[in-house]
Design a protein around this ligand. Structure first.
Ligand SMILES: [Zn+2]
Length: 195
């Protein structure tokens, strides 16, 4: 593990131990998946902490109290704890109070970055570890994409209304509820069995 200020950078195994030993008092019902869009793969040069500090700076400029996400996943598969998990994230209007926010570094819209195998592995792993910790059954009701929430109302619309494409139109085969159901949730279920 490497630490810089509040940011703690770790491997998948270290993350599993870290989460298992963590005591969280707030109720968790949702795991949010996002892509950072910027920074993306062209900005990643083994500079994890530089990117984390840059994201925090831009979130402070937008009026947040600190970096918005609880967890960041890098193209090399490493994981950073960011905003403490005991704090609700600032990532999806309408879904933060009982949520944990995962931001994966990259632009996963069609035509953007091709997700590395290590990052893929870590995203599935982190979702599975969090489901186990918070006793959530992986489904489209517990694992959610930013795209499914209306940006203005904060209501879940499953992709209609005013939405972002986040976590990307090519995130594990798409950002729709159907894509998540067919191509992402099954991987998390499979991983959960191994934990
Ligand atoms: Zn997002």
């Amino acid at each position: 593990m490497q630490r810089k200020g509040k940011f703690i950078l770790m491997t998948r195994e270290e993350f599993k131990n870290f989460i298992n030993n963590l005591k969280i008092n707030r109720k968790i019902t949702l795991i949010q998946n996002h892509h950072t869009y910027i920074p993306n793969y062209k900005h990643f040069k083994n500079n994890h902490f530089v990117l984390l500090e840059g994201m925090e700076r831009s979130h402070l400029e937008r009026g947040f109290e600190e970096i918005g996400q609880n967890i960041t996943i890098f193209p090399d598969g490493l994981i950073a704890i960011c905003r403490p998990l005991e704090e609700a994230p600032a990532c999806i209007k309408g879904a933060n109070s009982t949520g944990i926010c995962i931001e994966s570094v990259g632009n996963f819209d069609v035509g953007g970055d091709k997700m590395s195998e290590e990052q893929k592995k870590t995203i599935v792993f982190v979702n599975a570890v969090l489901c186990k910790k918070f006793k959530l059954i992986p489904s489209i009701n517990t694992i959610v994409y930013h795209h499914w929430y209306d940006l203005n109302t904060g209501k879940r619309t499953n992709g209609t209304g005013s939405t972002k494409s986040c976590p990307g139109t090519n995130f594990f085969g798409g950002n729709t509820v159907e894509a998540a159901n067919r191509k992402f949730i099954p991987l998390v279920l499979e991983e959960l069995k191994k934990l």
